[in-house]
Design a protein around this ligand. Structure first.
Ligand code: PMP
Length: 305
């Protein structure tokens, strides 16, 4: 099975034994069907969440669902179940599939409609895949990143805090980086300030402190908030601020964070070696703290009996 970030990326990700939640019914992956007129497909009109399952339970489910409901509010989209019902569906998903290490994808679209007018209730899907650990080599060697030639969708067009089904901007950044042989794009906003990567948040460490772009210019990553909290609690001062490429190139360390990437070192950006080109002490410490958190039972986990 081929994996990236621990996620299967070949046909194996179609796990024939998994059971998905599709508009109120539990069906096998291969039997799961939605309309070809779904607004999520036709217009990218919908929202989603990506959530991690670790052996102790579902990681920060509340925070993910809070973000989902905030995205829904922004897009004037009615999620057809309450937050606590959705929490129950996610838990049931993990239980039915006996997943110990995995990823849940919750997706809500506006419903069916050929054009602007929608004539069905919203679509609600809870899907997922088993997920392995990110390769140790990647953690040891770190990511090579390139500043994207494109810019992030500006806040006057769509707020970056919305996790919508329309990931075209993100995918274009990704294509740009891949074409240049980099692992990930570093995305700047239209003013030239650093925002995030295509699917992860971004930090630099300099002179013992941890810096990350302000929350209104990025997706408010659940892992980003976790990293900031872990840093603060462990004596690493943090600051949400404007960062330019100057700050990035001259930083001691650079880090990506995300549900799939967890805490990932970045060792090279635009041909500049960051620090000494190896995961630095703050990155290693944060990774250690994160690893401990996701393997230890605590209120950050929703338990699945
Ligand atoms: N930024 C973007 C654009 C993302 O899509 C994601 C999630 N994949 C993140 C940051 C990281 O957010 P989280 O830590 O909640 O996964």
């Amino acid at each position: 099975m081929i994996q990236k970030w621990g996620v299967p990326v070949d046909d194996e990700c179609r796990n024939r034994d998994l059971v998905f939640y599709v508009n109120g019914r539990w069906v096998k992956d291969v039997d799961a069907k939605i309309s070809v007129l779904d607004s999520g497909l036709l217009h990218g009109w919908g929202i989603f969440e990506g959530i991690r399952i670790y052996p102790p339970g579902i990681f920060k489910l509340e925070e993910h669902l809070d973000r989902l409901y905030r995205s829904a509010k922004y897009l004037k989209l009615e999620i057809p179940v309450t937050k606590s019902e959705l929490k129950g569906i996610c838990t049931e998903f993990v239980r039915r599939n006996s997943l110990k290490l995995g990823h849940i994808r919750v997706l809500v679209s506006l419903g069916e409609g050929y054009s602007w007018w929608i004539y069905s209730p919203p679509t609600l899907l809870v899907l997922g895949v088993p997920v392995g650990h990110v390769s140790e080599t990647l953690y040891r060697e770190g990511l090579v990143v390139k500043t994207s030639s494109l810019r992030k969708n500006p806040i006057v067009c769509i707020d970056p805090r919305v996790k919508s089904l329309n990931y075209l901007n993100h995918k274009l950044h990704r294509l740009d980086a891949e074409a240049a042989g980099a692992d990930e794009p570093l995305v700047l906003d239209t003013q030239g300030f650093v925002a995030e990567l295509s699917g992860s948040n971004f930090f630099v460490a300099s002179k013992g402190g941890l810096y990350t772009p302000r929350r209104h210019s990025v997706l408010e990553g659940v892992t980003r908030a976790t990293v900031l909290e872990l840093a603060e609690k462990n004596g690493i001062p943090t600051c949400e601020t404007d960062l330019t490429l100057y700050d990035v190139y001259t930083a001691d360390e650079a880090i990506a964070s995300g549900t799939l990437s967890e805490v990932m070192p970045i060792v090279k950006i635009d041909g500049r070696v960051i620090g000494d080109g190896k995961p630095g002490p703050i990155t290693r410490r944060l990774r250690e703290l994160f690893e401990k958190l996701v393997t230890t039972d605590g209120p950050w986990f929703t338990k699945v009996d």
